[in-house]
Design a protein around this ligand. Sequence first.
Ligand code: ZN
Ligand code: ZN
Length: 261
Amino acid sequence: MKLIDTHTHLYLNEFDEDIDQVIERAEREGVEKFYLPAIDSSNVNALMRLEEKFCGKCFAMIGLHPCSVNENYKEELNFVQEWLIKRTFAAIGEIGLDFYWDTSFTAQQYDAFHQQIEWALNFNMPIVIHTRNAMNDAIQVIKGYEGKGLRGIFHCFGGDMQNASEIISAGFYLGIGGVITYKNSGLAEVIKNIPLEHIVLETDAPYLTPVPFRGKRNESSYLKFVAQKIAEIKNIAVEEVASVTTANAEKIFPPDVTSIQ
Ligand SMILES: [Zn+2]
Ligand SMILES: [Zn+2]
């Protein structure tokens, strides 16, 4: 069984002590590739160091996370742009809108989102979108770019059927992670009716740990619990979930992006 973790923050200090074992455990469960979404300039160096260490397995993204948009977001955007000019990345991400913790930088979040979408179009790169309490708002933004070839993943998708349909018709994939294993998330009902062709798997490690390890640190080897849950919901073999979602991930992330240049 071959799996791809399309969204994992293995470069964060939660993994400083045992990253070698974390990668090894994941590989033993069939996880062959790890896509690393950026947050902001404070941890991009760690992200790239990990990519270099696990060259050909870990792949860096670059981008400014909506929760890191504040007074100095223009500087942060410059930092992203400088890197985009310097080398190739698997995607621009994670970018988007998050109105859960703080809405004082709403306008700036929109500005950063639009700017990074423009770069994705200029560099012909996929984007990885993060939304929290802002699903419809982010979908509206994406719809504004219809017909321009914008593509990517709505990571940690937690919306309803209507949201899912709109995202799919905009040419995006749904990133499904540990939340699918949580009772009462309501996500299982939605995913049951979404063809596998529109789904990719992710852990968002160290966050959003699936059952049976909910509450502990998440890691990429737990991707199998997400795959198993989707197989159970759809009443199909886990191998089918693995092969289709892996093929989807390979369509999104161009295979010629080979890490450090
Ligand atoms: Zn996120
Ligand atoms: Zn993330």
